[in-house]
Design a protein around this ligand. Structure first.
Ligand SMILES: [Zn+2]
Length: 538
């Protein structure tokens, strides 16, 4: 997702409930959801609805009971059927007793009939005729019972009853819409698995729907559907600009990371209650009102490779989502306006981090929690700006061709594609592709808070042979005790105006380099191109 730049978020529900548990003994194959949302579109727009969820799953080890996540603040469980015999809903967990013991590997279905209360829970939104959902990180369990963890992807069929004039959209493709008794029954279905936090639905009778198609690069005979759900009063110029640029964006990122990996892409305008700039729900991006901005669209589109196709193994790996999406905004700038624009974009991200550093690291094991603290995990300075800057420095360290080979290898890896990846999966793959030890890079930048602060000292003197000798010392003075090793560049400017670039490696603190020059050096600039973008120099 992308944080709205002008909004301070209040996380209403964070901390209200004890941490939820996840049933790792089940592997969900499919959620078959049915919602009756008719009333939520009609004055006074209640948030209450009735629904059912038929869950198909496999048990890993023999079991007579399963556990799903279902927040009591939002959901009332009415009954269960299928292979379910009885249930117990407590502490945000729905425990379902099965009709017998099921053996390891057996597949079964349970159906849960439930209702959503007339309560606002920052996951299900119904205001003045618009309905939408927003689920990252732990919101899905507020609008349907599920195994709410990013690393159990499943297929989805979602059917909803809405008033006859409502345009309704969800994850995947529209397979059916039937009009009956002033109601429309929409059915959307995926042919690619999805994580619960990326499932979404939305509807309104105010949407202006435009549908286009985009031909895939690798299979020009195959095309994907593009859907725009805009609203009256939005800036037409911006929507038209996205209409024009989206095929270019799809082409650029398909060339870099493989063909756009899903069956459709939709962009949809929500309302003023939407807390983010955008949210990358799989095949259904939700946007804040009048937010058809290129950077935001690029960010949410790129999440379809990094976040949606390859989802984080746990919330501790969030930098693989937000760092990559934010970094690729700079790639879009590079594509449009060249390398200088790319650098400028990242330098801006680095500045945002350096002036708003909350003082924690990009990666924290504690975030490996099915219900993490969103306010920390989605801190804009660290999770977006710092992480994008780290990827910029990875490209600097590896060089363009190895860096993009690593990114391509990651995006096309059969183990991660349409599955999940962890921070170490990405780091190990980069080591494998580059043939270099990169543990130092990922450890120093991801596992530690802060950044290096350099104190540079140098002295030149003329030697008896007429040459100039310079002792150049690099000291790191940051308060955290981490030493950041990096390849460094120095630009020597001589008194005659000529310059020379020296490349060295900064491997330990108080490292002194002895240079010899034929002519008098006037000035030596440290990191003149600002490649170590996360730093301060005294
Ligand atoms: Zn994002």
């Amino acid at each position: 997702m992308l944080i709205k730049k002008y909004l301070t978020l209040i996380f209403l529900l964070t901390g209200l409930h004890s941490p939820a548990q996840i049933d790792t003994n089940i592997n969900v194959i499919k959620y078959d959801l049915e919602f009756d949302l008719y009333d939520s579109f009609t004055k006074p727009y209640p948030m209450s609805y009735s629904a059912s969820n038929n869950i198909t799953f496999i048990v890993n080890e023999s079991a007579g009971q399963i556990t799903l996540n279902a927040e009591e603040y939002s959901l009332i469980i009415d009954s269960v059927s299928g292979s379910a015999q009885s249930f117990y809903h407590d502490n945000d967990l729905l425990k379902i007793n099965l009709d017998r013991f099921y053996n390891s590997g057996e597949m079964l279905d349970v159906k849960v009939y439930f209702r959503h209360k007339d309560i606002f829970d920052t996951a299900f939104y119904a205001f003045n005729g618009i309905v939408y959902t927003d689920s990252e990180t732990a919101g899905a369990r507020r609008w349907f019972p599920c195994k709410d963890i990013p690393n159990d992807k499943s297929m989805l069929k979602l059917k909803a009853r809405v008033p006859g004039d409502v345009l309704f959209v969800s994850t995947g493709l529209l397979v059916d819409s039937v009009y009956k008794n002033k109601s429309l029954f929409y059915t959307w279905e995926t042919n690619i698995p999805v994580s619960t936090y990326l499932i979404a639905m939305a509807g309104s009778n105010k949407f202006k729907l435009e549908v286009f198609r985009w031909n895939k690069l690798s299979e020009p005979d195959e095309s994907i559907e593009i859907r725009f759900y805009s609203q009256p009063g939005e800036t037409i110029h911006n929507i038209n600009n996205i209409k024009e640029k989206l095929p270019e964006m799809l082409e650029l990122f398909s060339k870099l990371y493989g063909d756009y990996p899903f069956e459709k892409i939709a962009f949809l305008t929500t309302d003023k209650n939407f807390p983010w700039g955008g949210m990358e729900n799989q095949t259904l991006v939700t946007l804040c009102p009048d937010c058809w901005y290129e950077d935001l669209i690029v960010h949410e589109l790129v999440h379809h490779w990094f976040g949606n196709m390859i989802s984080p193994n746990s919330w501790a790996d969030i930098w693989l989502n937000e760092g990559f999406a934010t970094y690729n905004e700079a790639i879009w700038h590079e594509y449009k306006n060249g390398n200088k624009a790319y650098r400028k974009n990242i330098q801006n991200e680095a500045r945002k981090y350096l002036s708003n550093d909350p003082g924690w690291a990009s990666y924290s094991k504690e975030w490996n929690d099915p219900k993490p603290n969103d306010g920390i995990v989605f801190n804009s300075a660290v999770t977006y700006s710092k992480n994008a800057s780290i990827i910029y420095m990875l490209r600097y360290v590896l060089g363009d061709s190895i860096f993009f080979n690593c990114m391509q290898a990651y995006a096309s890896h059969p183990e991660f594609r349409y599955g999940n990846a962890s921070t170490s999966s990405f780091a190990n793959l980069c080591e494998q592709i580059s043939g270099q030890d990169l543990d130092w890079f990922f450890s120093q930048w991801l596992l530690n808070p802060g950044y290096p602060e350099y104190d540079i000292n140098y002295r030149s003197e003329k030697m008896s042979n007429g040459k100039w000798k310079t002792d150049y010392t690099i000291n790191q003075v940051q308060s955290n005790k981490v030493f950041y090793q990096m390849p460094i560049e120095l630009r020597v400017t001589f008194t005659d105006g000529s310059t020379e670039i020296i490349k060295e490696r900064n491997s330990y603190n108080f490292q002194t380099y002895n240079f010899e020059f034929d002519k008098k050096p006037e000035k030596i600039s440290f990191d003149p191109n600002n490649e170590i973008v996360l730093k301060k120099v005294k």
